[in-house]
Design a protein around this ligand. Structure first.
Ligand code: COA
Length: 150
């Protein structure tokens, strides 16, 4: 969980899904589109009082459904709770498989020189390439007209 500026919060607010219970926010998670075919699960957190009641799983299921509805090939996360992600069908990958991450976010991260987070990836379409950079190259090589959806 990284510190975020107000500007970053505003910029990414539409990525977020929140879980509430009796009007109280008890969890959140975000799906950030990284390339046209891969997304990152970010800022997943459940209020400590409400942990282990299935809220994290529900948030993840909704975020994954959103990713599938946008035809993403894979979703990934950087985490310390790899066992939670394994339960949800993610597998550990070499962080080198997600090269854009390093350039887009990690350079600003206080842990950049000593990152010990585990890279976890879930393939939503079997056989699809996993490298975020590969996805981007494919799209820029043969960019079809975009389909607009809300
Ligand atoms: C990780 C986190 C989101 C899980 O939320 P949660 O609501 O407690 O998780 P759930 O109750 O939905 O658990 C789903 C499954 O994962 C397992 N699980 C949950 N947390 C786990 C953990 N830390 N280690 C191993 N397994 C875990 C549960 O036992 C459950 O398994 P089951 O379905 O076989 O019973 C929550 O612990 C949290 O907010 N952690 C701090 C923030 C964080 O590390 N976020 C991840 C950033 S990427």
């Amino acid at each position: 969980m990284l510190p975020r500026t107000e500007f970053e919060m505003a910029e990414n607010i539409r990525d977020f899904l929140v879980a509430s219970c009796g009007g109280r926010m008890v969890g959140c998670g975000a799906l950030h589109f990284y390339t046209p075919t891969s997304g990152e699960v970010r800022s997943l957190a459940v209020d400590p009082e409400f942990k282990t009641h299935g809220i994290g799983r529900r948030l993840m299921e909704e975020l994954e459904a959103e990713a599938r509805s946008h035809d993403l090939c894979s979703i990934f996360a950087f985490t310390y709770v790899d066992r939670f992600f394994r339960k949800l069908g993610f597998e550990e990958v070499d962080r080198g498989e997600l090269p854009l991450k390093a350039w887009k976010d990690c350079l600003r991260c206080p842990k950049f020189q000593a990152c010990d987070e585990i890279a976890m990836l879930k393939r939503l379409r079997p056989g699809a390439p996993t490298a975020a950079l590969a996805h981007l190259n494919q799209v820029t090589d043969s960019a079809p007209l975009p389909v607009l959806r809300k």
